[in-house]
Design a protein. Structure first.
Length: 469
């Protein structure tokens, strides 16, 4: 039996592959402008994510399928709107027929009502001259629109100066003021800097913006550690290091790596701290940054029992102090981002105390305490001063001076709760070890001192304020 059948309108024989009731010409005529124009597709349809995605890829089968699903219209209705036959629409939708001619695609999308801003047509070599001109004209218009849409540059010298002043205030207050208000101020400044970096700015402001952002994240790293969240501190340091690279600032690179070493020193990863310190020293420019890195390395080496390396690092610290030059723009922030002579004395005292050199520990730690007591109030670091006193206590015990040890320990035990940093626990444990030695345990007053130190160590567990001096 023949598979052919006739057109329902003109009677013309239809191909056995044509499953429609009309032949092609009659279908085309049915879709002609002479008939009632089909209703336009609602504009909001073109902003649907799956429609935009199909348009971005010029995936016509996906576009046709999704349009039917989203509009509820038939293939014939959409084909009429696009100026196509239902058969053409069906074969394109199913993938049997590919649309590759840019003029045909442009015609379909235009008749469907796709906004010009939603289409990014390619420019094939075989496309017509008119289509090429249209794409070129559109590209030029988009460039003009982009420039017109740009906001004025966000960063100005006045804004950056104001941020720098704020960071200097926080860095200076950090060593003696309550921490939480400073932390919230830092978060506010960081968010402002992030916004400036995401917005448009003049190219000469970009490096300064990255430097200020890196300094802010570095201070947030110290604060996060001080508030007891070491993972958060490492995340802030990582961000600071990326900013340092973008700013091309070796001072920030060195200080960030030094802070990582400092955090590791007070953790079980002390050998990692030594590697980080060596890495930081390679970046550190001459000045306080290099003094600081050598001091961190010296105390860490003493903590792991490497006396030779600790001694060599102390020598580098002293040499760096003698040949110090202004740091590369970082110490201008002041406070926490400086490394004054009193800080070097404190580190030297701690290093010698860990090495068991009681006389030198006493000499340097006492000098640090004296400088803190007589210096400016805003430069007085209660954390460093308290730990230096514990170094003095262990040194006096090592030298058999129980009464002097008791006097300094009493000062530490009388600190208010907000100044009892967690590192005091480590220092008190060294005091307990010294008091337990037979040569000290039998001395007058040693038993009472041992009892007081034990009570303080237990109390500290519940009231310590985490800190990294």
């Amino acid at each position: 039996m023949s598979s052919q059948h006739g057109c329902g309108k003109c009677g013309r024989a239809l191909s056995r592959y044509n499953t429609e009731a009309l032949c092609g010409p009659c279908q085309q005529a049915a879709a002609s402008p002479a008939d009632a124009a089909p209703a336009a597709i609602p504009a909001l349809v073109w902003d649907l994510p799956e429609i935009r995605e199909a348009l971005d890829r010029l995936d016509m089968p996906a576009l046709f399928t999704r349009l039917r699903a989203r509009t509820g219209r038939t293939q014939a209705e959409l084909a009429a709107l696009a100026g196509r036959t239902q058969t053409d629409w069906s074969k394109t939708e199913s993938g049997q027929r590919r649309l590759v001619n840019i003029d045909t695609i442009t015609s379909i999308l235009t008749r469907l009502g796709v906004p010009a801003s939603h289409v990014r047509l390619p420019l094939p070599a075989q496309s017509g001259a008119a289509s090429r001109r249209a794409v070129i004209t559109r590209a030029a218009a988009e460039s003009v629109d982009f420039v017109a849409s740009l906001a004025p540059p966000s960063a100005t010298d006045a804004i950056l100066d104001e941020i720098e002043v704020e960071l200097s205030r926080i860095a200076t207050a950090y060593v003696h003021a309550p921490l939480w208000p400073l932390f919230t101020d830092l978060v506010r400044i960081r968010d402002q800097l992030f916004g400036l970096l995401r917005a448009r700015q003049r190219h000469w402001h970009t490096r300064r913006l990255y430097l200020l952002t890196g300094v802010t994240c570095l201070l947030l790293a110290h604060a996060s550690q001080n508030l007891g969240d070491e993972p958060a501190a490492h995340s802030q340091i990582k961000t600071a290091m990326i900013c340092a690279d973008e700013a091309g600032h070796d001072g920030l690179r060195a200080w960030g790596r030094g802070t990582s070493a400092l955090i590791a020193e007070w953790s079980p990863q002390r050998h990692l701290a030594l590697r980080l310190a060596a890495d930081a020293y390679a970046y550190a420019p001459a000045g306080p940054g290099r003094v600081r890195i050598a001091a961190i390395e010296a105390r860490t080496a003493a903590r792991v029992g490497d006396a030779a390396r600790a001694t060599a690092a102390l020598e580098r610290m002293r040499a760096a102090q003698e040949h110090a030059e202004p740091d590369n723009g970082l110490t201008a922030f002041g406070g926490l981002l400086t490394f004054p002579a009193v800080k070097a004395s404190y580190y030297a005292g701690g290093t010698y105390a860990l090495l068991g050199d009681h006389q030198r520990a006493l000499e340097h730690a006492t000098a640090a305490i004296r400088q803190y007591e007589t210096g400016l109030p805003e430069d007085r670091s209660y954390g460093d001063e308290a730990l230096a006193r514990l170094d003095v206590v262990t040194a006096h015990l090592g030298l058999g001076h129980v009464e002097e040890a008791a006097r300094h320990l009493t000062v530490v035990l009388s600190l208010p709760a907000e100044q009892r940093i967690s590192q005091l626990g480590s220092g008190l444990r060294r005091v307990l070890t010294a008091l337990a030695r037979p040569a000290v345990a039998g001395m007058p007053g040693a038993a009472d001192l041992l009892d007081a130190a034990r009570r303080a160590e237990r109390a500290l567990t519940g009231s310590a304020v985490p800190s990294v001096p």
